[in-house]
Design a binder for this molecule. Structure first.
Ligand SMILES: N[C@@H](CCC(=O)N[C@@H](CS)C(=O)NCC(=O)O)C(=O)O
Length: 198
């Protein structure tokens, strides 16, 4: 049984969506986290080393960080084909776009959001004005980031795009809007939202 350590309407919400897509047996444990305004506290029950959400445990085995959780869950529950298995041609792209999410996309969005300048050549990630064209070029080929099939990669990027779609730093792109619509109109997304009051 998977336990999702969750705080409503946060980065852990997308894992309700993924767990629903996977038909995985899971339970939700609501935890406290530290908030931007200084309130809140790390919950000792949460296995994430900084008390962040999401984290999961699989019969007591902890997994933390969104990209690792996505990979772990899709390997663990392969029935619905939400990942790419070792040996399949899409395994390399699958791992790459998961790692790109954590190492490049999220830092680039946060840099914009916080108005931090990304120094060229040293930061390890790139400015969002370089990152979004890369992702849009993928979507021009796809309906999804891996091509024809929806995957956990789309759960991560699609839900992030949905959050920032109307912000001034996201490109105004019909392609992006159609992609967000495609991802968020999935029945599993609605089931995840229904389990995420707050
Ligand atoms: N790198 C983490 C980020 C997780 C994260 O920052 N989650 C926020 C909620 S959206 C949180 O737990 N904040 C509380 C804190 O930073 O202590 C991941 O992608 O899983």
């Amino acid at each position: 049984m998977i336990t999702l350590y969750h705080r409503p309407k946060t980065r852990s919400s997308r894992f309700l969506f993924l767990l629903e897509e996977l038909d995985a047996p899971y339970q939700v444990q609501i935890v406290t986290v530290r908030n931007r305004d200084g309130s809140g506290a790390v919950d000792p029950a949460n296995p994430h080393p900084h008390g962040k959400v999401p984290a999961i445990s699989d019969d007591g085995v902890p997994v933390f960080e969104s990209a690792a959780i996505a990979l772990y869950l899709t390997d663990r529950f392969p029935k619905n084909g939400l990942g790419a298995k070792i040996g399949e041609p899409l395994r390399g792209p699958y791992l790459s776009w998961l790692a790109y999410y954590a190492g490049v996309f999220e830092p680039s969005v946060m840099s914009k959001f916080m108005k931090w300048e990304v120094p060229r050549g040293t930061a390890g990630w790139a400015d969002l004005t370089e990152v979004m064209p890369v992702l849009l070029a993928r979507l021009e080929k796809g309906p999804y980031l891996l091509g024809e099939s929806f995957s956990a990669v789309d759960v991560l990027y699609g839900t992030s795009f949905a959050l920032f779609l109307n912000s001034e730093f996201m490109p105004k792109s019909p392609l992006l809007q159609a992609y967000v619509q495609r991802v968020t109109s999935r029945p599993a997304f609605a089931r995840g939202v229904a389990r995420d009051p707050g």
